[in-house]
Design a protein around this ligand. Sequence first.
Ligand code: BES
Ligand code: MN
Ligand code: MN
Length: 462
Amino acid sequence: MQNVQKYISENKDRYVSELMEMLRIPSISADPKYNGDCKKTADFVAASLKKAGCKTVKVFPTPGHPVVYGEHIIDKSKPTVLVYGHYDVQPPDPLELWESPPFEPVIKKTKIHPQGAIFARGSCDDKGQFYMHVKAFEAMVATKELPCNVKFMIEGEEEIGSKHLGDFCEANKKMLACDVILISDTSIISNKTPSICVGLRGLSYLEVEVTGANRDLHSGVYGGAVANPLQVLSEMIASMKDKNGKITIPGFYDDVEIVSKTERAAMNKAPFSLTAYQKDLGIRDTRGEKGYTVIEQTSIRPTLEVNGMWGGYIGEGAKTVLPSKAFAKISMRLVPNQKSDKMTKLFTKHFQSIAPKSVTVKVRPHHGGEAAVTPTNTPEYKAAAMAMKATFGKEAIPVRSGGSIPIVALFEKVLKVKTVLMGFGLDSDVIHSPNEHYGLFNYYKGIETIPHFFANYAALRK
Ligand code: BES
Ligand code: MN
Ligand code: MN
């Protein structure tokens, strides 16, 4: 272990400059304009794996963005770890809120990151985090201290729902066979309080369209008589949550996993200050489901959120118009046992049923994914917990997260393999938002911790 750690510390600066090179490529999976850049990033990842010493590397085309696959088998009798990550990133909008351009990475110090943090889209989610694995792998290979077989699967469609990855896994089951999946794409509580993610929410993402009249109208000539789709849509959306923050879609809570009192008490022991939370977000109060703490509201409880809403005139100045159409993008975050497809159907049926006769509505499902919980009594969890203990000097706390990584449930279904979610980001790194960043402390800590995981896992699996 000493040699690996020495190698890492001797190559620290190069590790950062290589990551920054990858961060310059705008691999925005949602926007077809960037298809070429997604391919370029896939090639960059493949080249990095090769340079790191990975024996077999391949870029697999898919109907969408390519999957990068790497394989390094040292000994068939040793356990195999499959590292998953994603090289695609969220669109950087709104651009004007970035202090430096999203694809021109810079290192700046912040209060939380006194050692400096890399500011760029994807720095934390997930380029910076999966690249830690490439670099830890490089160090283990270079020092001949790699104790397991390693497979890498780095995809380019996570941020758009991993549309083609299910088929890819089905078609390549044999190639992907492994003992455990290791992912760094989640957060820790703080740089002083390590944690391991043990749960992810599922997701159903839809777009709705409400149409009133067959064309835009003069809001004076027709206003007062004809339904305004923006008004109707607002009312429909507003009616979907009651005053206690409960979602009113019939059947919405039917399948929700009931978490025991003991488990709820345990999760609420994680360090959390409501005052600090509110202060950080610039809010005077939260507005979640009554009867649950913020920790619970954002992990074991489902929710429905409007992600965007538009229609009518939103340009400069005023234009008097009664719009023909209104739109919204809506997501439901789901918890174990709630099936994404079923929830999409429930939403659609309800949305159609509450639409007044004065409008017509359309619902378009985007993507979905199932929730996942990972057990803590497995060799892989222990290997991760021991690894973090070694590098942070503190016991890691198991925490369920509110975000989604749909592939985790799919891996379990298709490959029948469990995942460990050993991420190193901070919630304050503002992934998906302007000025996303990733602490150098976190980047290095991840690279240092990963070889411990491999060593522990190999030992525990013996
Ligand atoms: N890495 C995130 C998920 C995440 C973030 C999990 C923080 C835990 C803590 C991932 O890239 C992501 O953003 N997933 C999407 C889902 C996807 C289907 C668009 C999400 O959660 O919105
Ligand atoms: Mn991610
Ligand atoms: Mn993301």
